[in-house]
Design a binder for this molecule. Structure first.
Ligand SMILES: *Cc1c(COP(=O)(O)O)cnc(C)c1O
Length: 359
């Protein structure tokens, strides 16, 4: 598919851009351009791909995304390598997961090469926007939504795929500082047969009230338990979890359909095995978590995702009160794995698994 390049009448001046990306924060600053590709089931599917100025999108008030939430997204980063080149991390995994989400939400799949081409073209166009601050990257947000003006309930026949880019620094202020986790008792994130494994906006909408409850209780993030037994640890609102034991084993909850299959999660399973650890994908309960933290069998807990990379969990506030993981600080394995992953992404550590792709 050919992307038509539309001229930008007024890109941000270089000096203003430099100032902005020196302290980008997370998700509030955006580049000059965006990619848009339209889909119409009655016009042969995907057509009309453009790379043009970033601008508001006109939608019919009856567009079905506004009523029935047919929407999916991805989150990935372009990294500046130590030699100045730009690279993506396992982008084909994002393309594949995007289509898995599309299938679950009854949306059309986007050919993987169109997804990847869109990402590469946008990053190349806005390459001057990649921050050089430590831990900085260009966060990429591909998303798709239903645009058909129709209030009946059925899959829409028209969609738009968009990619925008946001220069970012560290996700949590303070970098890899340990976070405090709230165990949600009143709310669940995903049920068997639901949409927990799809990266769709509705899952996030449903997580906002429990997240607010966590913040009211002095926590940074929420951990969700399974919806059936209300005891198995699933994941945070946007990050997967790993539990590091004192016998050289690591436990992470299995992908049973209620957990989002993180690409960082998958990468950590490999990196932890490279370190000689035994990784077990098996259910782990909130009671076991507390017991293992108390006896010292559990050394560390880490949360992981593209946005925050690898973040230590320091304290947990559960139904039976608070407990601390290890010393409450950042554990050795968390530090090691975080540095290894960041090193692979910025080119300073050997990429043994062929994960990094130059742009
Ligand atoms: C995106 C996401 C993750 C992390 O996935 P990565 O591919 O590692 O960024 C974890 N949980 C949820 C709910 C997510 O939406």
């Amino acid at each position: 598919m050919d992307f038509e390049h539309l001229p930008h009448p007024a890109p941000v001046p270089g000096e203003t851009r430099q100032q902005a990306i020196a302290d980008p924060g997370f998700g509030k600053l955006f580049t000059d351009h965006m990619v848009v590709v339209d889909y119409d089931a009655d016009e042969g599917g995907w057509h009309k791909a453009t790379l043009g100025p970033r601008e508001p999108i006109a939608l019919d008030p009856a567009a079905s995304v506004l009523h029935y939430a047919q929407e999916i997204f991805e989150g990935m980063k372009a990294y500046k390598q130590d030699d100045g080149a730009l690279a993506l991390f396992r982008p084909e995994q994002n393309a594949r997961r995007f289509n898995a989400s599309a299938r679950r939400m009854a949306m059309p799949e986007l050919p993987e090469d169109v997804f990847l081409d869109a990402i590469r073209q946008l990053v190349t166009k806005d390459r001057e926007w990649v921050p050089t601050v430590d831990g900085g990257a260009l966060y990429l947000r591909p998303f798709m939504f239903a645009t058909e003006a129709f209030l009946g309930v059925r899959p829409a026949r028209q969609y738009t795929f968009v990619v925008i880019a946001s220069p970012v620094g560290a996700y949590f202020k303070g970098g890899a500082k340990p976070v405090k986790i709230w165990v949600s008792r009143n709310y669940t994130r995903a049920a068997p047969g639901g949409t927990g494994a799809a990266k769709t906006g509705g899952n996030y909408a449903a997580s906002l009230v429990p997240q607010a409850e966590g913040i009211e209780n002095g926590c940074d993030q929420v951990v969700f338990l399974d919806a059936v037994d209300k005891k198995w640890i699933e994941e945070l609102g946007g990050m997967n979890l790993f539990f590091v034991m004192d016998d050289g084993s690591v436990v992470t909850p299995p992908l049973t359909g209620t957990i989002l299959p993180g690409i960082t999660r998958d990468s950590l399973v490999t990196l932890l095995r490279d370190e000689g650890l035994t990784v077990r994908e098996e259910p782990y309960s909130i009671d076991q978590w507390r017991a293992d933290a108390t006896t010292g069998k559990l050394l560390e807990t880490m949360a992981c995702g593209t946005a925050a990379v690898v973040t230590p969990v320091g304290t947990v506030l559960g139904p039976d009160g608070e407990f601390t993981i290890g010393s409450g600080g950042t554990g050795q394995m968390t530090t090691k794995i975080r540095e290894k992953l960041l090193g692979i992404q910025n080119g300073s550590v050997e990429d043994r698994h062929g994960w990094v792709q130059a742009i």
